[in-house]
Design a protein around this ligand. Structure first.
Ligand SMILES: [Fe+2]
Ligand SMILES: [Fe+2]
Length: 165
């Protein structure tokens, strides 16, 4: 194990929230037949869409615009290239799944086509995103704790908290 940094702790919390949402999605798309959208399901779909957007817009944005430049300045470009590449493959998919969730919630039901599209894109998103989060939990947080000095850590944590609002 490695020593926890402030920014590592914040990223970890966000990763756990993402995994939880993806597990809920997995359960939801595992349903037999097309689920009806009652009040509870509508709330779930809206909440899920919000979490996914936050993950790829705020969280990915922070990593790419604030954290990765620190790694690049330390000459650690390998991890940055790999994770940025994964972000590029996850972001459009996450937005697509969030859009489909919100469209179904607004329409009050899934049709056969929209359900199939949501289920397939959702399953692909779960696979890519969980793999990415696991990689960051193992590699990125350890790299932060061994490479980022306490002052930079504090300023990254402050930036992240501000972005979270
Ligand atoms: Fe992350
Ligand atoms: Fe990431």
């Amino acid at each position: 194990m490695f020593t926890q940094t402030q920014i590592g702790g914040l990223l970890h919390q966000a990763h756990m929230a993402t995994i939880e949402s993806l597990q809920q999605l997995e359960e939801f798309i595992g349903a037999r037949g097309i689920p009806a959208i009652d009040d509870g399901v509508r709330k779930f779909l809206d909440r899920f869409a919000r979490t996914m957007r936050e993950e790829v817009e705020l969280h990915f944005g922070f990593e790419e615009n604030h954290l990765f430049p620190v790694f690049l300045s330390l000459g650690e470009s390998g991890i940055v290239t790999m994770l940025t590449h994964e972000h590029r493959s996850i972001l459009p998919l996450a937005i697509q799944v969030a859009d489909l969730a919100q469209a179904a919630a607004a329409a009050g039901s899934f049709g056969e086509d929209s359900w199939r599209e949501f289920r397939d894109a959702g399953a692909e998103l779960i696979e890519r995103e969980i793999f990415h989060v696991q990689k960051e939990e193992m590699g990125l947080l350890a790299a932060i704790s061994s490479l980022v000095d306490p002052q930079t850590d504090a300023s990254l944590a402050e930036t992240y908290r501000k972005l979270q609002g």
